[in-house]
Each structure stands twice: as C-alpha cells, then as structure tokens.
Design a protein around this ligand. Structure first.
Ligand code: NOJ
Length: 518
C-alpha cells in the first residue's frame, strides 16, 4: 500500500472513531443536561419537621394538661431507652425564636410542627380552652411568617389529653372523632387566617400498630403473641382505632371545606408512614405478598381516605375483624377529599410470602400484618446499607419506587414529603465530634433527594420536602439516644450546634432555589 493509501485509511478510521465517540459524547452530554436541567417548581417547599411532644417540653407550663405520653413516660420510665421523657424535650416552647433563627440560616421556606392537643384543650372537649396555648401557637406562627417561613401544621402527632383515654379509651371509641373535630375547629378558627397548610393526623398506620397491635406505645394495648400487654386485642383493636382515625380525619376535612376553606383558602391532607416493600423473588406469591404489605400499611389509611374503602387484601384476610363503612360513610369519605397526602418515608424491606408458604415467625408474618414477612436481606444481599437502627435501611431507589407506586395508585394526587431523615444511634462511646461530623446523614439525604428528583421526573406530583428533623429531639422509645437533627442538642444545656448536614442542607436548598431562576 502506498503512503497516500495509508494516509487516506487513517483519516477514514479517525472519522469513523469520531463519529462513534462524538455521538456517544453528545448522547451522554444531552443526558447530563437532562439530569442537570431538573429544577424544583418555584413554589416547592423545603422545610424541616418536628412534633409537639418531641420538641416543646413545658409539660405543665401555663395551663397545659397531661397527655398520654406524659403519663406513659412517667409511669413506665423503664420503657424508654434512657428512661427519659418529654417534660423538657428541647424546650422549643421557650426557645422557638432561636430555632426560627436556625431555620432562617438554613434557608427553609416552611416549618412543619404539630399542635399539642392538651396544651390547647387540657381536658379535651370536657374542659375549657387554655388560651395560653393559643397564644403560644399564635406567637410561633407569627414569628415564622415574619421570616418568610410558611407554617405547615399537623393537628395531631401522637399525643392527646389523657382524660380521653380515661373516659372512653381514646381511638377505640367513636367519641374520639367528636373530640378531634372539636380540636380542629378551634385550630382552624384561631390559626387559619395565617396557616394555609394543614394535616390532620400523623401516620395513624404506624402509630396504631405500635399502640394497639404491638402495645409498645401508649395506651399499651395488645394480646399474645403480638406483644406483652395487660389488656387489649391485637386482632381487632388496631382496626377499630384506625377506623375511628379515618372518620375523624374525614370529619376534619369536611369541616374545613364547608366552614373555613372559602375564606381561609388553605389546603388539608393526612400524613401516612410509607416503606417500600420489594418482593424477595419474582414468584407470583412474593409479589402478591409485597402488595399485601402495602395494603396493610399505607393503603390501609389512604384507600379509605381517597376511595372510601379498605384495600381488598385486608377485606379478604381480616373478614369481620375489619370494621365496615356504612353506605353513608362511604359517600362521606368520598366527599371529604384531601387536597394532598403527606408521606413519611425512611426505609425499605424485602417481602416474603407467608400465606401460601410457611415462614419463620417474624416482623409482618402474622395475619394482622398481611402474612408478608419483612426482611432486611435475601441470602448475603441486603436491601440497602443496614444501619445501627434495625428498621432503617438506606435504599433510595425504594423511595423512588414508592412515590411512583403512590402516583399510580392515587391518580397522582399532590404529595408532600412530610418526613425523611437519618437517625444516629448514640452509643456510650460515641463522641460529640462524631455526632457533629454526620457524613452518613448527608449521604442518606443526598441519595433520597436524588431519588425524589428522579420520581418527580417520572411524573410524581411532589410539592415539598421536609427533613426530619431540625434538631435532635425525643425519639419516643429511644429517648434522646437516637438523634435525627441537623442540629445537635446538648442534653444538659440544650445548646444547639450545627452538624455538617446543616450546612449541606443549606447549600442544597440554596443551589436548588437558585437553579429555578437560572
Ligand atoms: C415518624 C414520626 O412521625 C416521628 O415522630 C419520628 O420521630 C420519626 N418517624 C423518626 O422515627
């Protein structure tokens, strides 16, 4: 071959290589541009979340009455890991101005907090309104608004006046619906001129499993083999309690729609706890089990709230143990449409069928949980990175799948991510320096926020994201030993110190708000 021929061949090869390479490059560039071009909608909320019992403290201050958690933690301190309680919590009642300052420095535009029922109504509807409680929330709301932070108010987050337990066993009685309605009316009336974002109940599904199925949360009701309680019936009571909670929610929504919405122009929804349940195999049985796991968890609440009926998997398995909605109630539920749903999400599990095959005894395997065993691994493969907390597995892809599942099941109803975050379990040897250097939380949040973006690109109608939580706080049975805060709280002085995740979240919000206007 002459020199000229070799030269021409080289040129040809080069151009061929370039074609292949350049088109790959162009493709990956355009994919990147597509990835990068995601921007949150201009009205997207970035916030932090909290709840009254876990934050406020001031447990007998200025007229507050005793609630179920006051009584439980005082009567059975041994049930809380560090034998502590929410008497002082992180004292937000007295320090809310300082905490709002922290929110301002993070750049959040919303704050999710809940109303302490017994601070507003120490004895439920059987006593008078505690106007100091109203004043407290008015001051909090005004201070937030004056800093450009929208209040996102949960009407009830696990705590209720103990009198309601003594009188009629709280959520086991339809009387609780009346009490909840009484509370919500007062809140809409006193706060609704400024609060435009309401949720009724915080994750009744998870709360009721703990309070009436396993009996580890007050009022500690359960039966063997589900838990060890002196009273209760795990096979019936959880479903009665949830039934009352669902109707109480619908009544509050109806009240808001008929009496307040036109003038106040807010929106209202409910919050459920969600987990992603991945079938452990491709078998039809395991896939059906994963669907049952969803039915017995978040769909248990969302199906009635949105469609006026329980999931068919629950009806089939529970039979007469599952209360029925009367025709009138079905209509009522359909009429009382929520404007959105609040999604709390932390984890994923593998699910194995226990209906058609025999299973080891374990989490989820029983009839009342849908015969769907929840596992953190199949063989050597874990569902995600496991953590020190036995229920928190890091699997962002599960979050994306969950949001898509909800999008499809509930006709793309607007959603707010009302909680997502990472808990650091404090061991005796853990140092404050380690807690402040919270790389794992950053890894977790950044993975879950990426998954959120992917889900939104898939079409999920998500309107906001709230990190759980602004501060370390009283984490129920873990006491103060499981820390979810972006800010560390010193157990003695209650001094707030930013963790690395606080500046990470500040940057994330800053970048994503900036990108909207680029
Ligand atoms: C959900 C609950 O709403 C909240 O109270 C709790 O602290 C977090 N999960 C973390 O466990």
């Amino acid at each position: 071959m002459g020199n000229l021929a070799i030269f021409v061949l080289i040129i040809l090869l080069q151009s061929l290589m370039c074609n292949v390479y350049c088109s790959c490059l162009n493709q990956s560039l355009s994919e990147n541009i597509l990835e990068d071009s995601f921007s949150f909608p201009s009205d997207f909320l970035f916030g932090t979340a909290s709840s009254a019992y876990q934050y406020e403290g001031a447990f007998l201050t200025e007229g507050k009455g005793l609630n179920n958690w006051d009584i439980f933690t005082h009567e059975y301190p041994g049930k809380i890991r560090d034998e502590n309680n929410g008497d002082m919590a992180v004292d937000q009642y007295h320090r809310f101005m300082e905490d709002i300052q922290l929110m301002t420095s993070l750049g959040v535009n919303s704050y999710r907090f809940s109303i302490s029922w017994s601070r507003v109504l120490p004895r439920g509807r059987f006593g008078s309104i505690n106007y100091s409680g109203i004043t407290y929330y008015n001051r909090l709301i005004d201070a937030l608004i004056s800093r450009g932070i929208k209040p996102f108010v949960t009407l009830n987050h696990l705590d209720y006046p103990q009198e309601l337990e003594y009188r009629f066993q709280s959520w086991l009685s339809p009387e609780m619906q009346k009490d909840f309605l009484y509370l919500t009316n007062i809140c809409f009336k006193h706060f609704g001129d400024r609060v435009k974002l309401w949720t009724t109940l915080n994750e009744p599904n998870n709360q009721i499993i703990l309070s009436h199925l396993k009996g580890t949360f007050p009022p500690s009701r359960c039966s063997l083999p589900y838990g060890n309680c002196s009273q209760g019936n795990s096979e019936t009571e959880p479903f009665i309690a949830a039934h009352n909670a669902i109707l109480a929610h619908a009544k509050a929504v109806q009240l808001y729609r008929t009496k307040y919405k036109e003038e106040q122009k807010g929106i209202i929804g409910i919050v459920v706890q969600t987990s992603w349940f991945e079938p452990i195999s491709d078998s039809t049985a395991d896939k059906a089990a994963a669907e049952r796991a969803q039915a017995f968890y978040s769909n248990w609440i969302l199906d009635p709230v949105i469609y006026g009926k329980y999931p068919k998997e629950m009806v089939n398995i529970l039979g007469s143990a599952l209360p029925r909605f009367s025709k009138k109630e079905v209509e009522y539920l359909k009429e009382s449409q929520s404007d959105f749903v609040g999604i709390n999400h932390y984890t994923s599990y593998f699910i194995q069928d226990c209906l058609l095959s025999s299973c080891n005894i374990g989490f989820g395997a029983s009839k009342v949980e849908g015969y769907a065993l929840k596992l953190d691994r199949k063989g050597n493969l874990t569902i995600g990175e496991l953590t020190d907390v036995n229920w928190q597995h890091i699997h962002p892809e599960g979050f994306r799948k969950m949001l898509n599942y909800l999008k499809d099941r509930y006709h793309n109803i607007p959603m707010f991510i009302t909680e997502n975050g990472f808990g650091d379990l404090q061991k005796p040897e853990t140092t404050v320096k380690e807690l402040l250097n919270d790389a794992k939380r950053i890894q977790y949040m950044s993975g879950y926020l990426d998954a959120l973006q992917s889900a939104m690109r898939d079409g999920a109608n998500v309107k906001g994201y709230f990190a759980w939580s602004l501060l370390d706080n009283f984490e129920w049975l873990y006491g103060y030993k499981l820390r979810f805060g972006l800010y560390h709280v010193d157990p003695v002085t209650l001094k707030r110190t930013p963790k690395r995740s606080a500046s990470w979240y500040r940057n994330y919000i800053g970048e994503n708000i900036r990108r909207r206007y680029d």
